[in-house]
Ligand binder design. Structure first.
Ligand SMILES: Cc1cc2nc3c(=O)[nH]c(=O)nc-3n(C[C@H](O)[C@H](O)[C@H](O)COP(=O)(O)OP(=O)(O)OC[C@H]3O[C@@H](n4cnc5c(N)ncnc54)[C@H](O)[C@@H]3O)c2cc1C
Length: 396
């Protein structure tokens, strides 16, 4: 349908002139990823999503765009400012959630685990190959019986001379079947402390299978993992991952990024609804000429603008090294909830076309569901903020 051919592409939505505050570095990253998304991602991502296939040709472009490795300095990593990092994730998710999630797991979780908890030798050993995507990372925390309460994880690590023996099950592990380096969080059978281990695959006793039948983020795979007497040399134990708190530090970092991801999906929804309402004629007039449609578009814009302002301040606090896990949690909670609302409106405004993959919105509508859930559900973020403001913990 020629009249809708640019649906999905960026409109440049920035009602409160937020972008005037970007630095050159932030602007360059933002524009480079925006161009990549509009020109390379959107033309064929729908078919990968439909077939639940990994878009390797797009994954391979990420190091070329110099956006792998978040704010990690050196080791060939991107070394972006936290704000630029957020903008990159926002734009990738405006294009496609699976692509953004692939990078989020590889860089935001696996690389950051090594960067934040590894020794210098471990960083030198793994990060350069991860920056160029020669080696792909995964982060294995969640278990079949422990999601929101991952602090109670049951996977064990038993010391055996210069080795550790890992046993247990992990669930929902992004890149678990394709990763070369899997950061596994397990409980030391002696001390009871949670530690981080890098399992280099293939490894005897490591078995990963793709979780089938997923209707969100279809072109990135999550896995069920069984660890049966997997032997890991002590040199693969992340030296500074000594308790669950250290794992929590990595997660606190990515929670804020989830707020940016949600902004990307919501922007895609608003831009598509706006473009469609101008182009689509009913009762002899564009949809955009009807009062109710204008009201709905304006409400979407108001919600979207609130998300942008949340993210902008999140970025500023992170740039200043002042972003707390609770503030990041509030932003994630607000932004994924608001994005769901915007995408639901947008899907409806496109009528029947709203449920066709070629018009993009339904893909974002489905993808936001996973982001709403992973890295701490909306409810868990609410309870974390609730504990902060009342001083009363309501969940543990
Ligand atoms: C697409 C996807 C990718 C993922 N990628 C990874 C990954 O790469 N690595 C990894 O380790 N994990 C990953 N996860 C796991 C993810 O972090 C968990 O799914 C998430 O933390 C929620 O856990 P759960 O699914 O077990 O839900 P549950 O914890 O069982 O929660 C179910 C419901 O109960 C609510 N709930 C739970 N506790 C309470 C409470 N105390 N009070 C009130 N309500 C409560 C929750 O909010 C939710 O609504 C991924 C998940 C998904 C869906």
């Amino acid at each position: 349908m020629a009249e809708y051919e640019h649906l999905g592409e960026a409109l440049g939505t920035d009602f409160f002139s937020v972008r005037e505050q970007f630095t050159t570095e932030q602007w360059e990253k933002f524009i480079a990823v925006r161009k990549f998304v509009d020109e390379e991602v959107l033309p064929d991502i729908g078919s990968y999503w439909e077939k639940a296939e990994l878009p390797w040709h797009l994954f391979r472009r990420l190091p070329e765009l110099k956006i792998v490795g978040e704010d990690i300095d050196g080791y060939g990593a991107a070394g972006m400012s936290p704000m630029a990092c957020g903008l990159v994730h926002m734009e990738l998710h405006r294009g496609d959630g699976s692509l953004g999630t692939f990078l989020g797991v590889h860089a935001g979780l696996a690389m950051q685990s090594v960067a934040m908890c590894g020794s210098e030798e471990q960083k030198q050993r793994w990060l350069p190959a991860m920056s160029s995507l020669e080696k792909i990372g995964a982060f294995a925390l969640t278990e079949p019986q422990h999601g929101s309460d991952s602090i109670a994880l049951e996977t064990t690590a038993r010391r055996d001379g210069d080795y550790w023996i890992l046993n247990g099950s992990k669930r929902w592990i992004g890149n678990g079947t394709i990763a070369d380096l899997v950061v596994v969080w397990a409980r030391d059978t002696d001390s009871g402390d949670v530690k981080g281990f890098v399992v280099e695959t293939p490894a005897e006793g490591y078995a990963a299978t793709v979780i089938p039948g997923k209707v969100s983020l279809r072109s990135v795979w999550q896995a069920d993992i069984e660890l049966t007497d997997v032997r890991v040399p002590d040199e693969n134990r992340l030296e500074n991952a000594r308790s669950f708190k250290d794992c929590g530090k990595v997660l606190a970092n990515t929670r804020g990024i989830c707020a940016w991801m949600a902004l990307g999906h919501a922007t895609a929804g608003y831009d598509a609804a706006m473009r469609y309402a101008m182009a689509r004629q009913q009762f002899g007039k564009p949809l955009a000429s009807f009062q109710i449609v204008q009201q709905r578009l304006v409400h979407m814009l108001a919600d979207l603008t609130s998300m942008q302002l949340y993210c902008m301040q999140l970025g500023r606090l992170a740039d200043a090294g002042r972003l707390s896990p609770t503030v990041a949690g509030l932003a994630k909670m607000h932004n994924t909830r608001t994005a769901r609302k915007i995408l639901s409106e947008s899907r409806d405004l496109l009528g029947g076309n709203g449920i066709l993959l070629e018009h993009h919105v339904v893909r974002h509508w489905a993808d936001i569901e996973a982001i709403h859930t992973f890295e701490g559900t909306e409810t868990m973020q609410t309870l974390i903020v609730g504990r902060d403001i009342t001083g009363i913990g309501a969940f543990a």
